[in-house]
Design a protein around this ligand. Structure first.
Ligand SMILES: *Cc1c(COP(=O)(O)O)cnc(C)c1O
Length: 469
């Protein structure tokens, strides 16, 4: 399998190279050259497989020949052994048509672990083989950074630099990022919002000289391998609910469009999906986009679901690429408009293709809180604010006569303030992560300019011009 850039001006790469590189040199995102398409019968044969075995089947065509089947099996086994639930992503029935897919049983209690644990193991495997050292840079709205720290701490050959918006992530998230005590982890609190962090990271990744000097790579959902790993649980849930014989709806709390794009990939691979619901908080650029075909960036609003406080949904580029029949030129144009004017428009044909599969709904703060409360009263179970956004949006606009899976993206204890302000109860932190409350935090506060982060690198990160490498 080869991977191509959405902007059409970078060399095709193999799986190992795409993992290492993250963002393409032409600033595009990598996509598989073709979709591995499964027949009805092939999908039927995946039924009753364990999560590990299913992962192996689904990932194999993307990996190509850079890993042997045995190597891939070992990597998968290692990655998911850190999950506290033997099913990895258990599916909970709510009503006769509605289900909750719990994606928060990994070490940092959010769905990011599902992909990041695999990424960490893959990086370790390839770097060991290459005897090479890299620096991973990561912008986070809270959960990605935590998951990356957990996946990469104490791993040889890797330095991890995490940029988070100071004061805009929850205490549990911040502690997960800042208390690892591991020497290869660098936590940076940026005086700005998530989009500022993401812009700095993108600029550094686009700086060839800087990238070469630090052998820089990315684990944000711009990295194809993240998206790929998230495809697994769409299949896992759908197969349990009668797929491929039934079409399933999914409602996905969305920020950077990575998780829901994995649902689209599952669809492209042949999984029968009726609708994918893009659920957002008050940062509703995607809902407006689906209504009008015009994407307009506004300023980021801080909400009680901070992991979705994003205005520039990076992975939308992948969907636009696909739905415009892989029109590189158009992608280059609209991305340059987005960069210069903070908005872009798409043509009717592309928009209507998107609308065939996607619907979108934003959910405000009041309604998010009420949903947490209603859910508690009905099921005696707490949900986190992100999950509540997905639940509310899905209930409002998905057809209830068909099966719906709501993605539960975080454990409620990750966002105790939001849960408390909704129902007056503070959710219990699982024992497995409780000790972060006592641990010492280590992080550095920096301004929100590229130069501030560069300076940090010069002073703190080993680079390839030093002798030992
Ligand atoms: C990251 C995150 C999201 C948004 O996922 P995207 O892939 O960025 O769309 C939703 N909920 C939680 C809890 C998250 O951590």
């Amino acid at each position: 399998m080869k991977y191509i850039s959405t902007r059409g001006q970078s060399e095709p790469l193999n799986f190992e190279q795409v993992l290492m590189k993250g963002l393409a040199a032409d600033k595009g995102l990598y996509m598989p050259e073709t979709w591995p398409r499964l027949s009805y019968e092939q999908i039927s044969n995946l039924k009753y497989l364990s999560y590990d075995k299913l992962a192996h089947e689904l990932i194999t065509p993307y990996v190509g020949d850079v890993l042997s089947p045995y190597e891939l099996e070992q990597i998968i086994y290692k990655s998911y052994s850190s999950f506290s639930n033997s099913e990895i992503t258990p599916l909970i029935q709510l009503t006769n048509k509605e289900y909750l897919l719990e994606l928060f049983h990994g070490p940092t209690l959010a769905f990011k672990d599902c992909a990041m644990q695999l990424l960490g193991s893959l990086f370790e495997f390839f770097l060991k083989k290459r005897k090479e050292k890299i620096t991973i840079i990561c912008a986070t709205s809270g959960d990605t950074g935590a998951a990356a720290v957990e996946a990469i701490k104490d791993k040889a050959f890797i330095d991890l630099v995490v940029l988070f918006p100071k004061g805009r992530i929850s205490e549990v998230q911040q502690r997960q990022i800042s208390t690892s005590g591991s020497e290869n982890i660098h936590s940076l609190a940026i005086e700005g919002n998530f989009d500022d962090c993401q812009l700095i990271v993108k600029n550094l990744l686009n700086n060839k000289e800087f990238c070469n000097k630090y052998n820089l790579s990315a684990v944000n959902s711009i990295n194809w391998v993240r998206v790929m790993a998230q495809v697994i649980y769409y299949f896992y849930a759908a197969l349990k609910l009668g797929s491929p014989g039934e079409k399933i709806n999914f409602s996905v709390p969305t920020g950077n469009f990575g998780d829901i794009f994995a649902g689209f990939v599952a669809f492209k691979m042949g999984l029968p999906i009726e609708k994918l619901c893009i659920a957002t908080n008050s940062n509703d650029a995607l809902e407006r986009f689906l209504t009008k075909g015009e994407y307009v960036v506004e300023s980021v609003k801080a909400t009680i679901s901070p992991s979705m406080d994003i205005q520039i949904a990076s992975n939308l580029e992948r969907l636009l690429f696909e739905c415009s029949d892989r029109n590189y030129k158009m992608i280059r144009n609209i991305m340059s408009n987005l960069n210069n004017e903070k908005k872009f428009e798409i043509d009717y044909h592309t928009l209507s293709k998107i609308k065939d599969l996607f619907i979108a709904k934003s959910v405000n703060e009041e309604l998010t809180k009420r949903t947490i409360k209603d859910f508690w009263l009905e099921y005696n179970k707490l949900i986190d604010p992100h999950t509540a956004v997905g639940l509310r949006a899905g209930k409002n606009i998905l057809p209830i006569n068909e099966k719906i899976v709501y993605l539960a993206t975080a454990h409620p204890s990750k966002f105790p303030e939001a849960v408390k302000s909704s129902i007056g109860l503070v959710p219990e932190i699982p024992i497995s992560v409780k000790d972060i409350i006592k641990k010492k935090e280590i992080y550095t506060i920096l301004g929100n300019e590229e130069k501030d982060v560069k300076e940090y690198f010069y002073e703190n990160i080993y680079n390839l011009s030093r002798e030992e490498f």
